[in-house]
Design a protein. Structure first.
Length: 141
């Protein structure tokens, strides 16, 4: 029953899961128009209510209760910019959950590990066939 933002939503899997899990409203954000098209198709195929939100939302606060962000720590400058914004949201009381497959620029402080998964992938896009991926809650401090 929450207002959810899936930031850097990719193909929309997490947004779809949030919708199917009972979120009051779900927005999926991407800066890539092809990703937005994929999210729309995937949401329709899965019977999920997901609103599309294009563009750069960093710095905005539209009253979300939960912000979900996956694989956002792969570039130093972007990571710093995104985490500064996510910390502002967390201080307001937003639950910020981050999925990360062990990227180099994930902050080492201020995260509470909630879960770990072994995710199959391919050598074409990753450095291993199985990635140990973790889900963290961003601490508000």
């Amino acid at each position: 029953d929450k207002k959810v933002l899936d930031f850097a939503a990719g193909a929309g899997l997490v947004a779809i899961a949030a919708s199917k899990s009972g979120a009051n409203s779900v927005e999926a954000n991407e800066i890539d128009d092809f990703a937005l098209a994929a999210i729309a198709l995937n949401a329709k195929e899965n019977g999920a209510e997901v609103s599309l939100r294009g563009g750069d939302l960093i710095g905005e606060d539209d009253g979300w209760d939960v912000v979900l962000a996956g694989d956002i720590a792969y570039e130093r400058d972007m990571t710093a910019r995104v985490f500064a914004w996510l910390h502002q949201l967390a201080k307001r009381g937003v639950t910020v959950l981050i999925g990360d497959p062990g990227r180099a620029f994930l902050p080492k402080q201020g995260l509470e590990e909630l879960a770990e998964y072994r995710v199959p992938t391919t050598r074409e896009i990753e450095d291993a066939e199985i990635k140990r991926t973790k889900v963290f809650r961003l601490l508000p401090g």
